[in-house]
Design a protein around this ligand. Structure first.
Ligand SMILES: [Zn+2]
Length: 100
């Protein structure tokens, strides 16, 4: 498990700053949900952080909160849009199968 100093250095390298509460010594961090909601005072130990990040939490508010428009990707041929990469791939294959 990473030490407090290691966590702090790793975050600092990425331009983030976290506070260690003097009473508990536990690192706390504010993370943001994909929909933009701030989640203050989350435990910032490496295990917790990894699980939060794996769930899509970020250190900074998302530029485009994904409340409704989750990760929309677009076909650059016809403008078809989807949130599903596989669906877009299947769609792109249709273009190629009808000669583009
Ligand atoms: Zn298309």
């Amino acid at each position: 498990m990473a030490s407090k100093a290691e966590i702090k250095q790793a975050l600092a390298r990425n331009g983030f700053h976290i506070e260690f509460l003097p009473d508990t010594g536990l690192p706390k961090v504010t993370l943001y949900k994909p929909n933009g909601q701030a989640m203050p005072n989350l435990p910032a130990d490496s295990v917790s952080l990894q699980s939060y990040l794996a769930r899509g939490f970020t250190f900074a508010p998302p530029e485009h909160p994904t409340d409704e428009n989750q990760n929309i990707i677009k076909c650059n041929i016809c403008g078809f849009s989807t949130t599903n990469k596989r669906a877009l791939l299947a769609h792109m294959i249709e273009h190629t199968s009808i000669g583009g």
